[in-house]
Design a protein around this ligand. Sequence first.
Ligand SMILES: [Zn+2]
Length: 124
Amino acid sequence: MHEMGIVSGILTASVDAAARQNATAINEIRIRVGELTEIVDDALYFAFEALTPGTLAEGATLVVEHVPGRSKCVECGTTFNHGRFDVECVGCGSYFCEMVEGRELEIESIDIDLPDEPDTGETP
Ligand SMILES: [Zn+2]
């Protein structure tokens, strides 16, 4: 399953980032997924549930934000949203368009728990 590898990569990057900040846990991982990718949400959640136990992200929530397909018409310059199979300019009907968004697969943010810092009374 393709999604298992994707989530594995996201998880590795998130756990690395959290560990660098001495986080005690990851509460939430928010990712952006373009609608023109063929990624299935349910498969992402399934992979997340399967891969997180035993990691800093155990019990964390995976939030998937969808980025609609978006292209710019080369003929008239109109930028428009579209689905996976209907890339046709809404301004002039041209199919000569360049994709601007819709193939994203990236981590948007990670919410982590940090250990309580002992209050030394000093300002760094
Ligand atoms: Zn156009």
